[in-house]
Write a protein that binds this ligand. Structure first.
Ligand SMILES: Nc1ncnc2c1ncn2[C@@H]1O[C@H](COP(=O)(O)OP(=O)(O)O)[C@@H](O)[C@H]1O
Ligand SMILES: Nc1ccn([C@H]2C[C@H](O)[C@@H](COP(=O)(O)OP(=O)(O)O)O2)c(=O)n1
Length: 236
């Protein structure tokens, strides 16, 4: 897996194949996308990290999350870079490592709120599409298969029950020493699902040509196997 910065001088980006992996919070998009990208030797785009980074940068700049024009300026002006360090994908905002702040549920909720503003989504379109570079791209988010890469050759939509997603997030955050409750996480996940799925622009939904995989009770290795099977043209 690589997270090379967009290289505008490389071969026509549109020539590179894309695998989109969309789904709700905790469905496993990030985990599965990174493992699949590594297996294929493709680039990886964590589009949610871009929305989270704009939310965090807005907070640093005292920008009101309900002020679209300032948020759009923030989306264009903020430098966001990804750096792989072991198993972790670090996210730098204007050169500062913001990974820990970015991964909090507060940052997730802020990202979900600003992601409902159409102008913010438009401001991030080109930045996301620039990740499409040879030999290929795995793109994870909410609208990768529907809006950003509608012509992607391979599309997957991951789901899991809200209870299982909350449990996964609980374990993940507990392991990192973040104080959370299962009930609180379930509430946040349901609220974010509702906001992401009901917004007017680019709502969370499966592309009509996506392969849907319900990962409830299915382990990571098996999900990776099924996703790779869709890329390799075998029935998952
Ligand atoms: N199929 C699965 N079974 C069990 N745990 C999973 C599965 N997929 C992901 N996880 C775990 O769930 C947590 C959330 O996964 P993540 O990839 O961050 O989800 P998303 O990007 O969709 O929010 C991580 O700790 C991850 O290891
Ligand atoms: N392509 C995307 C990616 C994320 N978003 C929004 C909606 C999500 O609730 C937030 C955070 O996304 P992220 O994928 O980082 O969140 P999860 O890992 O799924 O919890 O950003 C979006 O609207 N479109």
């Amino acid at each position: 897996m690589t997270n090379a910065p967009p290289n505008h001088s490389a071969a026509a980006p549109s020539a590179a194949p894309v695998l989109t992996i969309d789904g709700p919070s905790g469905s496993g998009k990030g985990t599965i996308s990174r493992l699949v990208a590594r297996e294929l030797g493709w680039h990886y785009l964590d589009s949610g990290a871009l929305y989270r980074a704009i939310g965090v940068a807005a907070g640093w700049g005292d920008i009101d999350l309900a002020d679209p024009s300032s948020l759009v300026r923030c989306a264009f002006d903020t430098d966001i870079t990804f750096r792989e360090e072991g198993d972790e994908l670090l996210v730098l905002i204007n050169g500062t490592d913001a990974t820990a702040e970015l991964r909090t549920e507060t940052a997730g909720a802020a990202a979900s709120a600003i992601a409902a503003i159409p102008e913010v989504r438009s401001a991030l379109k080109d930045r996301q599409r620039a990740f499409r570079q040879p030999p290929g791209l795995v793109a994870d988010g909410r609208d990768m298969g529907t809006v950003i890469f509608p012509d992607a050759a391979h599309k997957v939509f991951l789901t899991a029950s809200a209870e299982e997603r909350a449990e996964r997030r609980y374990k993940q955050l507990k392991d990192k020493g973040v104080p959370v409750t299962l009930a609180g996480l379930l509430r946040e996940i349901l609220a974010r699902d509702a906001r992401d799925a009901n917004r007017a622009v680019a709502p969370l939904k499966a592309a009509h040509d996506a392969v849907c995989i319900d990962t409830t009770g299915i382990g990571i290795d098996e999900v990776v196997r099924r996703v790779l099977a869709t890329v390799q043209g075998k029935a998952p």
